[in-house]
Design a protein around this ligand. Structure first.
Ligand SMILES: C[S@@+](CC[C@H](N)C(=O)[O-])C[C@H]1O[C@@H](n2cnc3c(N)ncnc32)[C@H](O)[C@@H]1O
Length: 210
């Protein structure tokens, strides 16, 4: 029943209402946990993602979490870095993330917009279960590479057909899968081609705070 109500809410907000992308994603968060992330299987995915970061990449200086939502994954990612910056297009989600993880900085922003920069590239930019929500995943991946020296994304198996063609054009440093019961997620990470470029030489702005 809860599943059906949540599904109807997604269809109404994301497909039927004539709103901007920002308005849609913010309105979704009128209900708690609109993406159904606060459950055992997603907790497992979150925990395994942090384990992989620790094992394969190590502790980062600055970690930028794109699409941080209500901060569920931010709690785990806080242990992967010295400084965590979370960003989500929804102001409502960010307000909850701020309450959940006090030791991180959060911003309400569309990281794919072109507003003035506010941060230098992070050591690691992480985008979990969000890139496939965007229309142009190629542009989104390009953008991540401007935001961090290393990039790591996760995506559920159902999104593989959308993401794999773009990822095939990157020299990945690693790829793993996380499985829980009948669910599979892919985790991939790679070095940004702009990793060695100083901030002033990067033509695209870094992060838009709204
Ligand atoms: C499915 S949730 C994933 C949350 C979290 N990353 C996780 O894996 O548990 C996707 C999140 O991406 C956010 N989002 C969608 N488009 C965005 C954009 N252009 N910029 C920043 N965040 C965005 C949504 O508001 C939502 O909170």
């Amino acid at each position: 029943m809860v599943y059906l109500l949540r599904r109807a809410w997604h269809i109404l907000v994301l497909r039927l209402l004539p709103l901007t992308s920002f308005q849609k994603h913010d309105l979704l968060y009128v209900i708690p946990d609109p993406w159904a992330l606060d459950n055992d299987k997603e907790h497992y995915r979150i925990k395994q993602t942090s384990r992989l970061i620790a094992e394969k990449i190590g502790i980062c200086g600055t970690l930028l979490e794109v699409g941080c939502g209500e901060g569920l994954q931010s709690e785990a990612l806080r242990g992967n870095c010295h400084r965590l910056i979370g960003v989500d297009i929804s102001g409502r989600a960010v307000a909850r993330a701020v309450r959940r993880v006090e030791s991180a900085d959060f911003y309400a922003a569309d990281v794919f917009s072109k507003a003035p920069p506010t941060t230098p590239p992070a050591d690691l930019v992480v985008a979990c279960e969000m890139i496939y929500l965007l229309e142009d995943v190629g542009a989104a991946v390009d953008r991540l590479e401007r935001l961090g020296r290393m990039c790591l994304i996760t995506y559920m198996d159902e999104a593989a057909a959308k993401l794999n063609p773009v990822l095939r054009t990157r020299s990945l440093m690693g790829r793993e899968t996380i499985t829980h019961a009948d669910l599979t997620w892919h985790v991939v990470w790679w070095r940004s081609p702009h990793a060695g470029v100083k901030r002033a030489e990067v033509d695209e702005p870094m992060l838009a705070v709204v």
